[in-house]
Write a protein that binds this ligand. Sequence first.
Ligand code: C2O
Length: 547
Amino acid sequence: AKTQHHEFVVQATPVKRLCKTHNTITVNGQFPGPTLEANNGDTLVVKVTNKARYNVTIHWHGIRQFRTGWADGPEFVTQCPIRPGGSYTYRFTIEGQEGTLWWHAHSSWLRATVYGALIIRPREGDSYPFTKPKRETPILLGEWWDSNPIDVLRQSIRTGAAPNVSDAYTINGQPGDLYNCSSKDTVIVPIDSGETNLLRVINSALNQPLFFKIANHKLTVVGADASYTKPFTTSVLMLSPGQTTDVLITGDQPPSHYYIAARAYVSTQNAPFDNTTTTAILEYKSAPCPSKKGVSIKPVMPTLPAFNDTATVTAFSKSFKSLNKVVVPTEIDENLFFTIGLGLNNCPKNFRSRRCQGPNGTRFTSSMNNVSFVFPNNLSILQAYKQGIPGVFTTDFPANPPLKFDYTGNVSRSLFQPVRGTKCYKLRYGSRVQIVLQDTSIVTPENHPIHLHGYDFYIIAEGFGNFNPNTDTKKFNLVDPPMRNTVAVPTNGWAVIRFIADNPGAWIMHCHLDVHISWGLAMVFLVDNGVGEMQTIEPPPADLPIC
Ligand code: C2O
């Protein structure tokens, strides 16, 4: 294993998309940002210097950060932000994870443009559990706004309304040739007849679950969230923000051009969304003379599922099984039940824009177990926890909901108005944790991608309607459930996850739709140290930003 050193400079860079040039926050002037390539076992040392005018932090999405919680990155959870002009060096080791992860800003909505791939190959000398592909291509799905994404968020907070949807979806930062002024920059993914290409697909979009398909080609899924899966073949993927999926494609079609396309999966009712399609082109090297001047050969377009095709999402999600033998905890010490959903708060009397512009003069909010998470602004939770500084958070997160009700429609009005707070939940080191995640369907049923920092977890069951502890436990897969870091909880349904709390620190769990985290759909686990040195969080680095 080796130690790699990288420098990330966060800075404003002119970027032209959809016919207009904007000053965009990037890393090293690149959009998307640099791809990090590592082997399992490597240590990464990344010095981040902030030359932008916003506070920033970087999160290494899916990296377990075993005993190195100070390098996790979420603003005011494990560190204070890196102020303009400041810098911080993230240092962590990749232990046991292989496949595709990514990194992104974890501050306001900066991750709209501050993100990149993090590729983890097997340990040197080890091989993939599938035939070595001829090529590998990272595919980052994203969203592009014509205006500054930070302003889009601010506008929504100022008015209480839902934020504007994006103006385009993107593949590797490019909208593709179905959008204005985009065709000459359309991303080309090469393939040769008979060869196999490993596509590392990442949904780095801010707020949008996406379907993904390649015309006429089968996709063989071999991994997700840097864990290997039993291979299965599908024509379409669905990724929620935060999720990654590794797929093999083989050049088994007539040499030509085929569209790679992604479009919205919309699990909510009556939600505004961008009904456009982003494209890249799969190009056979022996294809008849391609995109040369004057020659226009239209690539073949795949038929994507309808925007609200939940049945396809369910079938896809059920196909995931762990490749390797897994050890799921069979006994549990913490049996938790978390509701997740939106809410509508009354408009405060002195509201800045005088009248809230959410439904019926309310403003949108969201919550877990009826608590809308408020980030501290004077210290990080991890610092306060380790140094015993009071007044930053409380530990009274209600780990079982205050009220039970029918989550599929008969909604208590009181749950439209969650309470606000910086509420954490303490876990003893080594405890075996089960969490039932239940969509409340308040305001609207919706598929929420719930992401846990500091751990991978097993998804042992998913279903629709209300979770029933008497009958649904019979559906638990304790044999070969997939291991992930982000679970797309079915709309109008539930998912059950299990993990062992063997990583001391302060770990946020949140919805990876950024609009929902901005509205409070988050909570934080505090995991204490165990007994030995290897069960103890390392001391904070000397350059940890202070508030
Ligand atoms: Cu990828 Cu807390 O996020």
